[in-house]
Write a protein that binds this ligand. Structure first.
Ligand code: NOJ
Length: 567
């Protein structure tokens, strides 16, 4: 079996052919951008208090430029009581005091732009913190008062209102409702929170909510940002009357769109107004050149056709492809995830936005089996993702091959840990401070003592530091070297914006291959049978050593035809 498709296999049935619909101009920067996600509290600490901050991040942006990404997304740095890692926001247009000041944010944007990096920030429109002035006002107000209408307060069920208003479950476990009590402790209405109780959901049918988020978008555009990542974009509107969801909630993400609180049609006109705002809001004074501002949706929508609606013309430009992230390391499953996503996005003229890792996901190396096998697969997956046409997101530490860290029970912070009755450890293991240099914790992350850093780092991470992977004795074989080389080659081999992607390889088989563009071909072997390369294939990059001219198991290779290469 050859990896070229020249043996007659040809494009498999179901191969994706993007580009059928009208597409945005090919020059749109976001269509093939690689964006690096910074989780600021764990990226770099500038003031030595053990918590990463904006000046620390600014000082380390050179790493991103050296890596070769084109954009950076910074997760929430806004004031927050940190009930959910900063996604519980008490002021959407300010900077958390422990992370810096607005001037520090401006300095970060200035430095990023000087390095040629676009900057995206989070917009968290589904909920606020319980510390937000609106929610404090609502709690202090009477049931039915105007202040409560910005949120979803409801009387309880049962004779004394002692039962939640419906059966909705929080994504973090337990009921999605919490009962209020007045100053004397008398129980009152319930309020909705699809996440932690400290994250009350806003009522998106309230005009003040809409107006306030337009203000927030304009605020950060005036600070020079190039776009927004829209948190739980699929959850803003709830079905009128808040009907019961029925059994089985959160058990099968593929049924999310059937839930009365997800993926409602009312979302799309709202996103169109935001897109118009981004397209028309004037560039801030002093901006070098007008840039197209983008939105990337975080959507728990797994039906590819429904997902494509979020990036249809006039809406957002990107939506994370979680079907790819959640796909097991398995040839047929990967092939299906890639082909289906490409076809769905192509139907609306949008690129696929590939993602393997984030502050919410178990680190790739661990997810793919851990140890040497997991690392080997994560390397192959990186070459697969970075060859695919479309945009890609890289989460801090992914480029170092960090595994999921073990965090002692008493240091866990994720609300999932408490809300699940200590059954789920949650996401803290992928949020451990980044190792930059040196042989012991905190590995250059902070000048604070390791025990004063907000999460402990593993004792054996010296081999994962940026310094070791960039300049150490094994630097040539490091994950960082692989990402740097891949990003360099990716830039030199752009994928045509509207080209067809033909997935080679037998349907249901254990390998796949495709042409990225400019002659670059990616071959991935998931199976145990070695896969011969074409005779004229020149190897540009491989995720693991080849056995002669064959691609071993769990290996990805980028090749170019010798004829093409020397043309
Ligand atoms: C998605 C964010 O990525 C996650 O960290 C957060 O817990 C939820 N949205 C709620 O805001």
């Amino acid at each position: 079996m050859s990896a070229s498709g020249a043996d007659g296999t040809g494009p498999a049935p179901g191969a994706a052919h993007p580009g059928g619909a009208a597409a945005a101009p090919a020059a749109a920067w976001w269509r093939d951008a690689v964006c690096y996600e910074i989780y600021p509290r764990s990226f770099a600490d500038g003031n030595g208090d053990g918590v990463g901050d904006l000046p620390g991040a600014t000082a380390r942006l050179g790493h991103l430029a050296d890596l070769g990404v084109g954009a950076v997304w910074i997760t929430p740095f806004y004031p927050s009581p940190l009930a959910d890692g900063g996604y519980d926001i008490s002021d959407h247009t300010a900077v958390a005091p422990d992370l810096g000041t607005v001037q520090d944010f401006d300095a970060l944007v200035g430095r990023a732009h000087a390095l040629g990096l676009k900057v995206l920030v989070d917009l968290v429109p589904n909920h606020t913190s319980v510390d937000h002035p609106w929610f404090r006002e609502a709690l202090a107000a009477r049931p039915g008062s105007a202040a409560r209408l910005r949120y979803l307060f409801r009387p309880g069920r049962g004779p004394a209102g002692q039962l939640p208003p419906n059966d909705w479950q929080s994504a973090f476990g337990g009921p999605a409702w919490t009962r209020t009590a007045d100053a004397e402790g008398r129980p009152g209405e319930w309020y909705l929170h699809l996440h932690a109780p400290e994250q009350p959901d806003l009522d998106w049918r309230h005009p003040e909510v809409r107006a306030d988020f337009e203000r927030i978008l304009r605020h950060w555009l005036d600070h020079g940002v190039d776009g927004f990542r829209i948190d739980v974009a699929h959850a803003l509107f709830k079905a009128p009357g808040l009907p019961d969801a029925g059994p089985g909630q959160h058990q099968d993400v593929h049924r999310n769109h059937l839930m009365p609180y997800y993926d409602r049609d009312e979302l799309h006109p709202l996103f169109r107004t935001w897109r118009a705002l981004l397209d028309t809001h004037p560039a801030p004074p002093g901006a070098v050149a007008p840039r197209e501002r983008v939105m990337v949706a975080e959507t728990g929508v797994f039906d590819p056709v429904r997902l494509a609606r979020y990036v249809s013309p006039g809406e957002m430009q990107q939506t994370f492809n979680f079907a790819f992230l959640e796909c097991p390391w398995d040839g047929p499953a990967m092939r299906a995830a890639i082909g289906t996503s490409m076809a769905a996005m192509a139907s609306v003229g949008a690129p696929v936005t590939w993602v393997l890792s984030s502050h919410d996901a178990v680190r790739t190396v661990t997810r793919y089996g851990g140890g040497a096998a997991g690392a080997r697969r994560a390397r192959a997956a990186a070459l697969l993702m970075l060859a695919l046409p479309g945009a890609a997101y890289v989460y801090q530490g992914e480029e170092l091959g960090l595994p999921q860290a073990d965090i002692p029970d008493d240091r866990l912070r994720d609300p999932l840990w408490e809300r699940s009755g200590h059954r789920e450890r949650g996401r803290d293991g992928c949020r451990v401070p980044l190792p930059w240099e040196g042989g012991t914790a905190p590995y250059g992350f902070s000048s604070a003592a390791p025990e004063d850093c907000w999460f402990p780092q593993p004792a054996d991470w010296a081999r994962f530091t940026v310094q070791a992977e960039r300049h150490g004795p094994d630097a040539g074989r490091s994950m960082l070297a692989l990402y740097r080389a891949a990003l360099r080659l990716r830039r030199a081999h752009p994928a045509p914006a509207r080209a067809a992607l033909e997935l080679d390889g037998p349907d249901g088989g254990e390998w796949l291959a495709f042409e990225r563009g400019a002659g670059l071909r990616c071959v991935v072997n998931f199976g145990h049978r070695p896969l011969p390369l074409d005779d004229d294939a020149e190897v540009l990059l491989a995720s693991a050593p080849l056995s002669g001219r064959t691609v071993p198991q769990d290996t990805a290779v980028w090749t170019k035809s010798k004829k093409e290469h020397h043309r």
